[in-house]
Design a protein around this ligand. Sequence first.
Ligand SMILES: *Cc1c(COP(=O)(O)O)cnc(C)c1O
Length: 405
Amino acid sequence: MKENLAINGGDKTITKAFDWPIFDENEVNAVASIVQSGKWGNPDCADEVARFENAFAAYCGSKYAITCVNGSVSLRLALIACGVKPGDEVIVPPYTFITTASSVIECNCVPVFVDIDPETFNISPAAIEAAITERTKVIIPVHFGGLACDMDAIMEIARRYGLRVIEDAAHAHGAEYKGKKLGSIGDVGSFSFQSSKNLTSGEGGIVITDDDELYAMMHSLRNVGRIESGQWYDHYNPGCNYRITQMQAVLLSEQLKRLEGQTQKRNENGLYLNQLLADVEGITPLRRGEEITMHGYHIYIFKYDASKFGGLTKNEFAETLAAEGVPCFKGYPHPLYKQPLFQNKNFMCYAIPETADYSNVYCPVAEQACHTDAVWILQHAMLGETEDMEGFVRAILKIQGVVKS
Ligand SMILES: *Cc1c(COP(=O)(O)O)cnc(C)c1O
């Protein structure tokens, strides 16, 4: 009965609200104490910023961490530190947030889009290798949804061709590949602390690295080109003021204490949901291999087959499921290269070579993920209880029952 669906006025399957962000008086007191101290940031004080950076680096098993204003600037810091020059090519996936590729434009470089793997929706190592030219300098794998890319294959290709690897780990705080924290495997790992992300201070970002020279350059670029051994008025590099405040730093330090427990909870819920959905016709969770020792589940993604849901389109299905009370979303409507920025080459003053042309770029797997396949359940819902995971499946089966009858 169509009227049983919540979207048509029927009862919702799930009535619980899934909160995000999660905090208590610890966060409130930490921020209040900074406010009261009057030491809100540079130049008076940055000790809480340094304390958080040290804690995050240690958590990731990396030597250095440098905070910055967001997870887009963090990519820019990493790219410039990796030594890209105007016209260099940077390989990126087309199924990601805009700044994975637009940060490349901001560095006067050319994003080269290569397709994703149909089973993981992460960048395909074979497609990376096929796209390498003599102008390629960097690969930016994105651990989409918190699922690790095939890092052994990517690092092997990078070594063979002498390329740098910047992991876009904006979805992957605390997630792992073969026991290693994501972001700590490539030359640089980049994270976002924007409000939807698994570790947040409203806005913010960070880069991690083990490399002394990359550290020194990213640190300098973040701090208006100053160097650690230099004077306050000596500026060596073309950086900017990308620093965060002490209020953000203490908020992040408190949130970091919650991250491991939250990551484990999402990971367990994701494994359980995989098991439950294995029995649902027309729903296929993304492949999760043995190498995934911890999944971040910033997004739990499953593939949807409309033919098993009476032809209900993916967008209609996602709206119907959301109305049932499942925090879900239809995802990106098209791959990144379809954005007007690339199609119209609105590169403004940036010195992108004329040869850059996106009008014929076509990545079939990414197209299919956007148009027909991918449905997202959001990270705060993955912090629910096991009965919530059962509820998500009940909601899917309810829709299937209605549309097939
Ligand atoms: C959120 C996000 C970013 C950018 O982070 P901001 O902090 O919002 O600037 C970069 N890459 C990916 C994959 C993201 O999801």
